[in-house]
Design a binder for this molecule. Sequence first.
Ligand code: SAM
Ligand code: DTB
Ligand code: SF4
Length: 325
Amino acid sequence: MSEIRNDWTREEIASIYNMPIMELIYRAATVHRRYNDPSEVQVCTLLSIKTGGCPEDCAYCPQAARYHTDIKVHRLLDVEEVLAKASEAKEAGSTRFCMGAAWREVRDNRDFDKVIEMVKGVNAMGMEVCCTLGMLTPEQARRLKEAGLYAYNHNLDTSESYYHEIISTRTYEDRLDTLEHVREANIAVCSGGIIGMGEGETDRIDMLMTLANQPSHPESVPINALVPVPGTPLENQPKVPVWDMIRMIATARIIMPRAMVRLSAGRVRMSIEEQALCFLAGANSIFAGDKLLTTPNPGYIADQELFQTLQLRPMKAFQMEKQVR
Ligand code: SAM
Ligand code: DTB
Ligand code: SF4
């Protein structure tokens, strides 16, 4: 049941997702142990290098210019400032540093030149460097790779059929095209989604199917619980039940056994016990630091307690390179 496959059917994934929860956690934990060291968790730090003012209309996003949210908008940070933050993150134990920009797509301008310098600088510190900058052309992906980019985050967010309910300013096909450009440049793909946006179970299953049936599995799969931000169209969405997060994580783990499954946005509303169930179900990566891009995240102290209580160890950098598929 747990070999690496890219031909999962909707029915197979649905029957995994809907398994009795105890059985599901047990099966996912079993797959996790076969392919990964369950005591290791990758610690990544996020930094918003350009915040707000985005022309897109993603219904969940506080950074879309058209919604009135209470965020501190700023233009692209300077290279030195970003490298100083990366060095702080390294000191605090992060092995991956991910820089996010509120762009629809990358443009070939001076800002992109600056991002290239940031990538070179973080790479030189010995951290895995990741970016999430919106859509990329094949040439831009190659340029990032040359600068030392390790991974690129570009989420599918939801199923193809629910996508237009959430975003109207681009298509699912646009997303898949960028993922292809990233893959072809030999950059590790980081792609996942968000739950709690009013989608149905079949949308969640379809999204996982699309991810698992890519030509190769994403190296990492972030599972985000919607952080409802006042001023966005999804501000009143109810909290995602932890059991739904566990089902998503466990299913992702079973169908993509070697991927880093990241317990991403939403940890701030979860107890240590709830997060423990997510790790048991196969999550092996988190974002650390008191801020995600614009919203709160458990801080350093809380996560130290989490690691100590659960007796987990932060993973070393570049461990996945051994397993290039
Ligand atoms: N602009 C680029 C893009 O959209 O690809 C990169 C930055 S964007 C903020 C990165 C990801 O953050 C989105 O794809 C989405 O999955 C996640 N995200 C944004 N707002 C969120 C929220 N309120 N709750 C959970 N995840 C969110
Ligand atoms: C991902 O899947 N989650 C992170 C990262 N990739 C870029 C972003 C979460 C953002 C949550 C909302 C915010 O802080 O602005
Ligand atoms: Fe812009 Fe990305 Fe936010 Fe969409 S998710 S509005 S593209 S920053």
